[in-house]
Design a protein around this ligand. Sequence first.
Ligand code: MG
Length: 159
Amino acid sequence: MRVGIGYDSHKLTEGRMFILGGVEIPSEKGLEGHSDGDALCHAIIDAILGAIGEGDIGKHFPDTDLRYKGVSSLLLLTEIVKLAQKKGFEIIWVDTVIIAEKPKLSNHIDMMKEKISSSGISQDIISIKAKTNEGMGFVGKGEGIAVLATCLLRMRKRK
Ligand code: MG
């Protein structure tokens, strides 16, 4: 068994879409980033990479690489799920916490799970929770959002 932890934060800015877990959510401000800014996918990617000992998201998808400009982070997550499988790991469980003052996210969680399932992490092995930061800090002031993710992986028996 292996566990991994991931963290990501993105700045909220005008003129960007708010995409989280592959879902476009109506919001005054969106998430800044080289890719689509999907901090949930990024945190899950780092949790998986941590568990398989493969560094972090920046090593695999550098933000200096034009190939990843504006790319859907679901595609990046799909690549990392494939990498874990290739290394002989099976994902058992992914748990996440999104910390955002707004927009309200609870109504979008089921759709996020559905979108994320396209990466190979099925809906019944992912948990997504959303909370605010009670008005405190950069999240509370609406300057950005933060996401935490953990995952549990099991190495398949070798023949
Ligand atoms: Mg990120």
